[in-house]
Design a protein around this ligand. Structure first.
Ligand code: PHE
Length: 453
């Protein structure tokens, strides 16, 4: 009896640990900062529906596949891919999948850290009472002055990068993952409070209409790609983050159920953020397509005018920074793990080098909001270009390869025994999604964006 309880308990806590780590990686700036502003830029409801469809039909099956690859490989993404390629006697070029993930992680972190730096700066702004009684114009000016200063952005970017690398170097990820246990529920509560505040404005219905009204004529070719890319970004898929975490998942845990839970939590946080923000946008005559500053120009108005707003504002930005930290450690972990395991770097040395490199790349993003804001490549600033290349190209391509590898290259017996789904139909469904639906959808979206469809 005692043994039984212990076994059950240890399984539970390991599954729970994975759920925490994966949710920590998934829930981050992508949900609270990025989802609202790209929804605003891409016309609202129709974009949201495409994003949700991508989460369901592409994201969840790929999350199951990526976790499974990690658990079977038991190593960092590069070595996992090497091992699995050997096991399936497949072409050596599959190794590059691990490589692309490592590079994508570094590129994403370079701008992620700059934005997380903004969130950190806003903790201080909230604390010093900057939002108190402020109207929309004051909040907008505050934001514009802030991003116009390269020195301030560099300072906060450096601080956030150092915190990330410190955590990764000391291997204290565990502590951070445990804090996700409080983090996510607290974020939920705060977002619900903010939705409550949005409900008190006259524009609540207008905000909801914007987010859920289906007007497909507003969708451009690129919007469809952006929605799909965001499904990958927000679920941390296509670059090995979930693969690394999958490697720590005990054998007897249901991968599928875990993936549903993580995807559900991630989606709810994003939708709540949207519902909290859009009513404020309309209420204060702001433009939904204001870009990357959207949450920084809207939420402080709520904090400045609601009861208890001073405290809630501080807490909100603190939680946002922590949510960003638990995502950023998973962005850099594949690169660090590879340097440590393959290049004999000590963990500290690997962190110093990847950290410095990523920090340096981040300067491009810092300057794209001020001194280089008119420097455009393909009509995009450096930040927008980095975001486009990583979220819209590298992650979906990575995801496509993961789907093809799990569905076509790995042996059926292997995937079936690894996934151990409770009933045959769910395995068959997953297999159909991963072999046909997910890769074909990604492919069609690419054809659509280049104008073939
Ligand atoms: N999913 C994270 C977010 O939404 C970002 C992320 C992307 C993390 C890819 C890891 C890998 O903020």
């Amino acid at each position: 009896m005692t043994t039984n309880t212990q076994t059950t308990h240890s399984h539970w806590s390991s599954r729970f640990a994975f759920i925490l780590a994966a949710t920590g990686s998934a829930v981050g700036l992508g949900n609270i900062w990025k989802f609202p502003y790209i929804t605003g830029e891409n016309g609202g409801g129709a974009f949201v529906v495409v994003y949700l469809a991508c989460v369901l039909l592409i994201g969840i099956p790929i999350m199951i596949a990526e976790t499974m690859l990690g658990r079977r490989g038991q190593r960092n993404p590069i070595e996992t891919m090497e091992m699995l390629t050997e096991e399936a006697q497949a072409d050596k070029n599959w190794h590059y999948l691990g490589w692309m993930g490592v590079i994508a992680g570094v590129l994403i972190l370079s701008y992620y850290s700059v934005i997380a730096g903004w969130a950190s700066a806003y903790v201080l702004k909230a604390f010093t009472g900057n939002f108190f009684d402020a109207d929309a114009t004051a909040i907008q000016t505050l934001f514009e002055n802030f991003v116009a200063s390269p020195m301030q952005l560099i300072f906060w970017h450096s601080l956030f990068m150092s915190a990330t690398m410190w955590i990764v170097a000391r291997g204290v990820n565990n502590g951070l993952e445990k804090s996700v246990r409080f983090l996510i529920p607290s974020l939920f509560v705060l977002l619900i409070l903010l939705v409550g505040y949005a409900m008190t404005t006259d524009s609540y219905q207008r905000g909801l209409d914007f987010m859920f009204n289906l007007d497909f004529s507003k969708l451009t070719r690129t919007s469809v790609l952006t929605a799909m890319g965001h499904a990958f970004f927000t679920l941390s898929l296509g670059m090995g983050a979930i693969m690394v975490y999958g490697a720590y998942l005990p054998k007897n845990v249901s991968i599928a159920k875990t993936a549903y839970l993580v995807a559900a939590a991630d989606t709810v946080v994003a939708l709540l953020a949207g519902v909290a923000i859009f009513p404020l946008v309309f209420e204060h005559g702001l433009h939904p397509a204001s870009g990357a500053g959207l949450i920084f120009q809207t939420l402080p108005i709520a904090f400045g005018n609601m009861t208890g707003g001073w405290f809630i504002g501080i807490l909100f930005f603190v939680l946002l920074v922590f949510a960003a930290l638990s995502s950023s450690i998973s962005l850099i972990e594949p690169a660090v793990a590879w340097l440590v395991e393959n290049k004999n770097f000590s963990r500290e040395k690997a962190c110093v080098w990847t950290g410095l490199g990523t920090w340096f790349l981040g300067l491009g993003t810092v300057f794209s909001f001020n001194i280089w804001k008119d420097v455009l490549f393909f009509e995009r600033t450096i930040f927008q270009l980095l975001d486009y290349i990583t979220s819209n190209l590298m992650l979906p391509i990575g995801g496509f390869c993961i789907a093809v590898f799990a569905g076509w290259i790995m042996k059926r017996e292997h995937t079936e025994s690894e996934l151990e789904m409770p009933c045959k139909p769910s395995y068959t469904l997953w297999r159909a999604l991963i072999r046909y639906v997910a890769p074909a959808s990604i492919f069609l979206v690419f054809l659509h964006v280049i104008g073939v469809l």
